[in-house]
Design a protein. Structure first.
Length: 86
């Protein structure tokens, strides 16, 4: 890892499926920048899924992720709660 790197997004998954997310918005410049970061994260996740046998290839994993991502955006199965904490 680079010495000048710091976390800007940390997520925790509980046994019951609840997700806790911490986002450092100070380093995210705009919605467009957030979109680029989500795309980069998605590609890393797709590679990891393929390397661990949870997908047949990074492309297959990414296509599956994108399909469900759009479905979840269109019809959310849950509503994020919380707010800004300093």
């Amino acid at each position: 890892m680079r010495q000048d790197a710091s976390p800007f997004f940390v997520a925790f998954l509980a046994d019951d499926g609840d997700v806790t997310v911490h986002i450092d918005t100070g380093v995210i410049e705009s919605g467009s920048h957030a979109g680029i970061l989500l795309a980069d994260f998605s590609r890393h996740m797709a590679i990891a899924l393929a390397q661990t046998g949870k997908a047949t290839s990074p492309d297959a994993a990414l296509n599956e992720m994108l399909g469900l991502f759009q479905a979840e955006i269109n019809n959310p199965t849950d509503t994020p709660r919380g707010g800004i904490a300093n």
